[in-house]
Design a binder for this molecule. Structure first.
Ligand code: NDP
Ligand code: MG
Length: 383
């Protein structure tokens, strides 16, 4: 039987690459969600015939409703953030893949888990903002949390041996360094969104591309790794690997290091999350070692790239610290993409929000959303 997938955020960079994998594997699509890209969603409906779709943006939902009116084969249309949560929890799929961007994906991740679904997670913000709630729900419902993020997929792939968890000593989380690697603050100050949106190795959505340029992405991934693999942050070393060929590595008690390599193509980790524990066929080109010739390694510059430093501080604070850092970053990236703040302001604002409170202790989902709102308001009032 072909696997059935619900794909949240199907119109994005990960979403469309996930559909490439679904097509290649001959999987069925149970549900799709989009926010605003109506044309793209309508084409996906034509090709994949989902039973349900959710459109979160109200105007886009109206447009999809109008386009599907009168069609006997139309999928059921759900709307808004509540519709997304409903879709994530519907019985039918074998796996829910969450590739929504931002904290907007958190409710859907929790709903999928609480309905007993395995969750393939690209939406790292779910773990960053609500890691405690997500991991507790996973344990309570006995489902699998399958990382899609390439670094976390690499670590996950290196830890498949049942004995590996017992002797895991350290994680080597690789980073491309982004388009501004090696630059210092005076040069970074003048960088505009057009510069930051040009990533050397990966073609991704706008928000994560900016996060890669500021190294916020690596900070978010550090937090994601802490939740996924249960190691404290001091046992997770960030290694700049400019070619994005080593996707991450693990080191064991005997100092043996295992790494996962491949071309920088997200379809490989997406497919692994969907086929796990099996592997599928070739979904991306082979790595050509003869053409590659060199692999380089560097240290990340936290003094310059303050987002990474701020994320480390946020982890040390615990509780809602990472949620505050994430909320501040989402707001700051939005303002940067609107040309309202400069590149270095992103790190300044994220760090200021993290420094502004203690954030310690347990939290509820309502606390997460309140903290996110606070962080965004802080950013807007400290421009
Ligand atoms: P994109 O911006 O390309 O896509 C985001 C998707 O989420 C789109 O389908 C978009 O809909 C939808 N969306 C946007 N806003 C909302 C909202 N408020 N509510 C519900 N849905 C919404 O992002 P990416 O695909 O690049 O990234 C998705 C996630 O995957 C992020 O968490 C990112 O960090 C992570 N990730 C991405 C990688 C990549 O290579 N791109 C690599 C590793 C992780 P629409 O387009 O219709 O507006
Ligand atoms: Mg990544």
């Amino acid at each position: 039987m072909a696997k059935k997938i619900t794909l949240l955020g199907s119109t994005g960079s990960i979403g469309t690459q996930s559909l490439d994998v679904i097509r290649a594997q001959g999987y069925e699509v149970f549900g799709l969600s989009a926010h605003s890209r109506v044309e793209s969603l309508l084409q996906q409906i034509e090709e994949f015939h989902p039973k349900y779709v959710c459109v979160t943006d109200p105007a886009a939902a109206e447009a999809v409703d109008a386009a599907l009116a009168g069609r006997a084969d139309a999928p059921r249309l759900l709307r808004g953030p509540e519709g997304l949560v409903t879709l994530a929890g519907l019985d039918g799929p074998d796996v829910v893949l969450n590739s929504v961007v931002g904290i907007a994906g958190l409710g859907a991740s929790l709903a999928a888990i609480e309905s007993g679904h395995d969750l393939a997670l690209a939406n790292k913000e779910s773990l960053v903002t609500g890691g405690h709630l997500v991991t507790q729900a996973v344990a309570r419902h006995g489902v699998h949390l399958l990382p899609v993020d390439s670094e976390h997929s690499a670590i996950f792939q290196c830890l498949q041996d049942a004995h590996s968890a017992k002797t895991l000593k350290k994680i080597l989380l690789t980073a491309s360094g982004g388009p501004f690697f090696g630059m210092k603050a005076p040069e970074l100050a003048g960088k505009k969104k057009e510069d930051a949106l040009r990533h050397p190795n990966w073609n991704m959505g706008a928000k994560i591309t900016i996060d890669s340029a500021t190294l916020m992405n690596k900070g978010l991934e550090l937090i994601e790794a802490v939740w996924l693999f249960g190691l404290p942050p001091e046992k997770i070393q960030i290694v700049v690997q400019r070619q994005s060929v080593i996707h991450s590595a693990v080191q064991f008690s005997d100092n043996s290091v295992l790494a996962q390599l491949g071309v920088p193509d997200m379809r490989i980790p997406i497919q692994y999350a969907l086929t796990w524990p099996e592997r599928g066929g070739p979904v991306a080109p082979e790595l050509d070692f003869a053409a590659l010739k060199v692999l380089t390694f560097d240290v990340a510059d936290e003094e310059t790239f303050r987002c990474l430093a701020a994320c480390k501080k946020a982890i040390a604070k615990g509780g809602l610290g990472p949620c505050a850092a994430n909320g501040a970053n989402e707001e700051a990236v939005k303002l940067f993409l609107q040309d309202k703040i400069g590149f270095l302001d992103i790190g300044r604002l994220v760090e200021a929000v993290v420094d502004s409170d203690r954030f310690g202790g347990d939290y509820t989902l309502a606390d997460v959303y309140a903290c996110d709102r606070m962080a965004r308001e802080y950013v807007r009032s400290h421009l």
